[in-house]
Design a protein around this ligand. Structure first.
Ligand code: ATP
Length: 285
């Protein structure tokens, strides 16, 4: 049997670091949505009780280090399943980009196996499983637009954003979230106005959304990788309505009300930054 799943990229409309917890994790509050840049996941049942992973990207491991492998192993263990699966991942989402590519692959595997093996686990159960794999996985299981809090495991669905075009620009570096978080001093970084972002979604007010998007991790990432800040500035100079770094970077997200504006920003970034996309929001509820 074969099953296909789409694993879309996540973008942050906000990311706030509220404080450090006793367990060493940071307490975060992040508003996320998905865009139509997606990995393609194929799941094939195997007679042997094993998990296999194949990817077409040299920076992504094809063994038990792959988060999609971990998701399948966890799912099999939790529901005592003794069947095997081959997972083929066609990577379209840039790696180590702040776009939750790996987390979205893992979420797609949990959703897909749940369907393929007729396990009938609830959304809540999948979210709980996903939380043990990574802080973005619970959101990736939900999709749409949502606010994640705690360590990312508490997810509340929000209204969809006003329609717009999204420019994604990633400089030629990879950043791991694990390297950024330890350098964050919650009292010293800028905090986005999360409540105002929520109001702008409720009111479908694009201008208000653009003026309140923000990311507490920008201060740390910009200090370590000034090219990320240059990309954000370039986007704003070339006329994007709002710009914010996604996750711990390095991808910068630009929001544009019209395609012509997004195209102007895209053209301004060509030659300045190699990996540039114009995409659309997936959440059209
Ligand atoms: P993170 O916050 O984990 O850094 P990210 O969205 O910025 O997330 P990812 O593209 O998910 O970055 O990859 C982060 C790391 O995870 C890379 O080192 C990559 O080799 C590894 N990895 C493991 N499995 C996957 C996968 N299925 N897709 C992408 N990367 C994966």
């Amino acid at each position: 049997m074969v099953l296909f799943e789409r694993a879309p990229a996540k973008i942050n409309l906000s990311l706030d670091v509220l404080g450090k917890r006793e367990d060493g994790f940071h307490e975060v509050e992040m508003i996320m949505t998905t865009v139509d840049l997606a990995d393609r996941i194929e799941l094939y049942t195997l007679e042997k009780d094993r998990v296999e992973v194949c990817t077409d990207n040299q920076y992504v491991p094809s063994d038990e280090r792959n988060i999609a492998y971990k998701a399948a192993a966890l799912f099999k263990h939790k529901y005592r399943l003794y069947q095997g699966v081959r997972i083929i991942i066609q990577k379209n989402i840039p790696v180590s980009a702040g776009l939750a590519g790996g987390s979205s692959d893992a979420a797609a595997v949990l959703r897909g196996l749940n369907q393929m093996w007729s396990v009938d686990a609830s959304l809540g159960e999948l979210v709980e499983l996903g939380a043990s794999l990574g802080s973005d996985v619970p959101f990736c299981i939900h999709g749409n637009t949502a606010i994640g809090s705690g360590h990312g495991e508490k997810v509340r669905v929000l209204p969809s954003p006003p329609s717009c075009y999204v420019v994604l620009a990633k400089p030629n570096i990879g950043i791991s979230t694990r390297h950024i978080f330890p350098k964050v001093i919650p009292e010293a970084v800028n905090h986005p106005q999360t409540e105002e972002v929520i109001h702008s979604l409720e009111e479908k007010d694009f201008g208000k959304l653009c003026s309140h998007i923000g990311n507490s991790l920008e201060d740390v990432t910009f200090a370590l990788y000034p090219e990320v800040k240059r990309i954000k500035n370039k986007m704003l100079q070339t006329g994007v309505d709002g710009a914010v770094m996604s996750g711990s970077g390095p991808t910068v997200v630009g929001l544009a009300s019209h395609f012509s504006k997004a195209k102007r920003v895209y053209n301004g970034l060509r030659g300045f930054c190699d990996d540039v996309h114009i995409v659309q929001l997936l959440d059209r509820r």
